[in-house]
Design a protein around this ligand. Structure first.
Ligand SMILES: Nc1nc2c(ncn2[C@@H]2O[C@H](COP(=O)(O)OP(=O)(O)OP(=O)(O)O)[C@@H](O)[C@H]2O)c(=O)[nH]1
Ligand SMILES: [Mg+2]
Length: 361
């Protein structure tokens, strides 16, 4: 006899997974390998993925998988707050539409000899987006194993396990290798996620359930704190530069005065830019969210129209085949009737596979 305590919770039939990590770690190429998609991959030092993008849905062990690709927080062309607003707006919209992530893959290059400021910033932002309760659904996936010796890679992996990525591993998250770099290894990594119980990320809870502004979320508060600290540092440097500039004026050193005037302006602009980012974060986020929601609505409408077209096409083809079959019973050979029946069965099968495929995240 079964009771509710022993009841097995069925894994979902459709899962959504997000992939995050610094620029150039191999997020898009991993997703392409897992899902046979064609997301653009980077060729240079500049950030490649500029927007949140969704890979082709694919079937894995009977489960429909959707993977979301994201830009890294160290984007070479946009600020960290722009990236936070972009990712948060998508996460908020997908949660509102009822999609809960079954897992998050955080990618890291095993070839990075040490943890740079960029790596630290990216990972710390990632932890603040997730919150402790979803870390059990996190997989840290290391890439670029073909560019290091096995010993070097294993040493770094051990160091990462016991130090940098410990907060995730302590909460039952996992550390895996994308090695060898094949579709089948990528899909094995996805397999580890599809049986998870989906979990709402901290940023989604804060924005949707608690109705907080982006600047009040854990990630937003932390980012604003960092930006204000950086702005204060620039202003402090500005004061020092100003003292030197006044000295140069007194000494009639025109060349030094010009250099210091330019330096002072640079620091002022930088401080103001960061202060502006903080001041405008909330308003900018609302605009970003509206734009993402509009885009998603348009995609949803397009998907519905496509679905309706497919249905209409199916009905038309089916009607034609049925008319043919009606005639065939009188005038066609047994072989021709058999062929028509096979065509009808094939059409029905195709239609069944197409149903439920136009999911919008
Ligand atoms: N040798 C090697 N190259 C890799 C590996 N993974 C990715 N690459 C290459 O690294 C480059 C960057 O990969 P992307 O998948 O575009 O990286 P990304 O994380 O999506 O980068 P952004 O979109 O800029 O955030 C591409 O040329 C990939 O082919 C790997 O394991 N080994
Ligand atoms: Mg990319």
């Amino acid at each position: 006899m079964s009771n509710s305590k022993n009841k097995v919770v069925e894994p979902p039939r459709e899962v959504t997974i997000a992939v995050m990590g610094a620029t150039g770690v191999g997020k898009s190429s991993f997703i392409n390998m897992a899902s046979q998609s064609n997301l653009k991959e980077g060729r240079s030092l500049h950030s490649c993925t500029q927007d949140v993008q969704i890979a082709n849905q694919f079937e894995l062990d009977g489960i429909t998988v959707t993977i979301i690709d994201t830009p890294g927080f160290d984007d070479t062309s946009r600020s960290d707050s722009d990236i936070l607003k972009l990712i948060a707006a998508h996460l908020e919209a997908s949660y509102k539409s009822g999609y809960i992530l079954s897992g998050i893959i955080y990618m890291h290059r095993i070839s990075d000899p040490r943890m740079t400021g960029i790596n630290v910033r990216n990972f710390s932002m990632f932890l603040k987006l997730c919150g402790d309760s979803t870390l059990k659904n996190v997989i840290i996936c290391t890439t670029m194993w073909d560019t290091v010796s096995p010993e070097e890679g294993a040493d770094r992996e051990l160091e990462l396990e016991t130090d940098f990525f410990k907060p995730v591993l302590d909460m039952q998250g996992h550390l895996v290798r994308h090695s060898p770099r094949t579709s089948s290894t990528a899909q094995d990594i996805i397999r580890r996620i599809i049986k998870n119980q989906p979990g709402v990320l901290q940023i989604q809870k804060e924005l949707v359930d608690d109705n907080l502004g982006i600047d009040e979320t854990t990630a937003g508060t932390e980012l604003n704190k960092e930006l204000l600290e950086q702005a204060a540092k620039h202003r402090e440097e500005m004061r020092k530069v100003e003292e030197d500039r006044e000295r140069a004026i007194k000494e009639n050193n025109k060349m030094m005065e010009d250099i210091l005037t330019k330096e002072r302006q640079k620091l002022k602009d930088e401080a103001e830019r960061k202060e502006r980012e903080v001041a405008e974060m909330k308003e900018d986020y609302i605009a970003q969210k509206n734009s993402v929601e509009t885009k998603l609505r348009e995609l949803e409408e397009k998907a519905r129209a496509d679905q309706a077209r497919v249905e209409a096409d199916y009905q038309r083809k089916m009607e034609n085949l049925m008319v043919e079959l009606g005639k065939a019973n009188m005038s066609k050979t047994e072989e021709e009737v058999k062929k028509l029946k096979e065509e009808i069965a094939e059409l029905k099968k195709k239609q069944g596979q197409k149903k439920g495929k136009c999911v919008i995240q």
